[in-house]
Design a protein around this ligand. Structure first.
Ligand code: CUA
Length: 329
């Protein structure tokens, strides 16, 4: 109703540049259709609030400046009913109708040829892609999406309520045990966008981030093919030693590495963990040092993480394990 799509682009860009609100995790720097709608509504509401504030302060200053004089009862009634009831009702109704008019667009489901199921665990995100041919693969703390296509996500949780929020792309939706909620994402530009759990879920809540990597359609298709494939064989002697240690210490009881005997489902699927944007739900860089630190002391890096510490196996073995995991691209 405000001619939303064209009118305030330049205003938004100007406001962003001056306020320093750009970045990979900003609802005011939208990279998705839904986030753009929400940002625009925010600017209209903020503008409306500024106008009302200016009017009220203006009246107060005026009242202080003039010499008090008696009003007729009629003038008083017009002021109270007009400015106290009618004006706010009209203003709030306009904002409500405008906000509600966004709902069909924001709630519209996406193309479901590829289904993405997100399960919020304590304290990471299990992400399962089911492809049009029925094949599926699982990853953690990361989604990759093609630019310009609207995709549907289903969300749930096995333990407590979490909330999935990637501010640059869309609004937030809770992941609720025993229920399935829905969200659609429609990225409008490529890039890496950060999301976070937006509902307090325990001591590891602040370390429950995820990344959404938006790719050109060709790059996305190549990524899907790479994810479908089983894990790479280790190529160096150290990584081969790491693979044997992974097996010997029972890591496969909790983690899956497709193509090997490891088929646990308690923890994240590690088949292509080396290719992900970050480690431990956005806590660490994805490199050998990151793997070494996390395997040695998950409890220190992420409070209440369910993975036990493996510091007791010693630094040399930790480095071998890290080399193996880092090679799982
Ligand atoms: Cu999960 Cu907060």
């Amino acid at each position: 109703m405000f001619g939303r799509h064209a009118s305030s682009r330049s205003f938004v860009a100007l406001a962003l540049a001056s306020a320093g609100c750009a970045g990979p995790q900003s609802a005011l720097d939208p990279a998705g259709r839904d986030a753009a709608e929400i940002a625009e509504l925010f600017y209209w509401m903020a503008g409306g609030a500024v106008l009302v504030w200016a009017a009220v302060i203006g009246l107060a200053v005026y009242a202080m400046a003039i010499r008090p004089r008696p009003h007729s009862e009629r003038t008083g009634a017009v002021l109270i009913v007009g400015a106290g009831a009618i004006a706010p009702t009209i203003l709030l109704t306009i904002l409500l109708v405008d906000g509600l008019s966004m709902m069909p667009a924001v709630l519209a489901p996406g193309d479901d040829s590829t289904r993405i199921a997100v399960s919020a665990e304590r304290f990471w995100w299990r992400v399962q892609y089911t492809l049009p041919d029925g094949e599926s693969f699982t990853l953690a703390n990361e989604l990759r999406l093609p630019v310009g296509r609207r995709v549907s996500l289903t969300l749930t949780s096995p333990d407590v309520i979490h909330s999935f929020w990637v501010p640059s792309l869309a609004g937030k939706v809770d992941a609720i045990p025993g229920r399935e909620t829905h969200l659609a994402l429609e990225p409008t530009r490529t890039g890496v966008f950060r999301g976070a759990c937006a509902e307090y879920c325990g001591s590891g809540h602040a370390r429950m981030a995820m990344h959404v990597v938006v790719l050109e359609p060709d790059a996305y298709a190549a990524w899907v093919e790479a994810q479908r494939a089983p894990a790479r064989e280790p190529v160096t002697a150290r990584a081969t030693e790491g693979a044997a240690l992974f097996d010997a210490h029972g890591c496969g009881a909790c983690h899956t590495v497709r193509g090997t005997a490891a088929d646990g489902v308690v923890g994240p699927d590690l088949t292509h963990v080396g290719s992900r944007h970050a480690l431990a739900a956005g806590t660490l860089d994805n490199d050998e040092e990151g793997f070494r630190r996390f395997v040695a002391h998950p409890d220190e890096l992420k409070p209440d993480a369910q993975m036990p510490s493996f510091a007791m196996i010693g630094d040399a073995r930790l480095r071998a394990l890290a080399a193996y995991l880092d090679g799982l691209e």
